[in-house]
Design a protein. Structure first.
Length: 189
């Protein structure tokens, strides 16, 4: 993926933040993320939206009904679908740390179906790829997800896809630069 030519919505210096921006930024900085980065840099222009987004993301990333490992897998499929380098740079290393195998991560980067996945990973992969690429989920894939995760898990899986699609749209429009990462950038595909 060719890096953007110019970052459109660069960081706002803290001394230039409005009171609303400062409050929204402090919520993120004092939460589990510990810093204002990635999508929250452009979203700072709309502090109320940023506040709602960060709370939704905090739930989906850290406490969803499908767990962190599968949430990270869903995030990677979404990042690949949207060619989102920031999400990839941040989440590919996290996915490895929480147990997503490197060969699964590498296959997703190449837009290939990973060969050796656990059953729950396969269900998440199929659900996410259908939702991202066809904008629908087939009855079979839905039934598989429902059987493994229940209704709350299916809804949370939809939520992860929707939330990280929203962030991808924000960062792709803002041309947010990817941070340094141990993960290789997504290849052109």
């Amino acid at each position: 993926m060719t890096p953007p030519s110019t970052e459109r919505l660069k960081p706002i210096p803290p001394q230039d933040w409005t009171d609303a921006q400062r409050a929204a930024a402090e919520d993120i900085i004092n939460g589990p993320r510990g810093a204002l980065y990635g999508p929250f840099v452009p979203l700072l222009r709309s502090p109320e939206l940023m506040g709602y987004a960060q709370r939704l993301g905090e739930y989906l990333r850290y406490r969803s009904a499908i767990g962190v490992r599968l949430s990270e897998l869903a995030i990677l499929v979404t990042a690949r679908a949207w060619d989102q380098q920031v999400e990839w740079a941040i989440h590919a290393p996290i996915a490895r740390q929480v147990g997503v195998p490197s060969d699964v991560i590498d296959a997703i980067a190449r837009r290939q179906r990973p060969q050796a996945m656990l059953v729950d990973e396969s269900v998440v992969y199929d659900f996410c790829t259908e939702l991202q690429y066809t904008r629908r989920v087939s009855d079979r894939v839905y039934a598989d997800a429902l059987a493994l995760f229940g209704e709350q898990g299916v809804v949370d899986l939809m939520g992860v896809n929707g939330y990280y699609t929203f962030l991808a749209m924000v960062m792709n429009t803002a041309q947010t630069a990817a941070p340094p990462s141990e993960a290789a950038p997504l290849p052109d595909a």
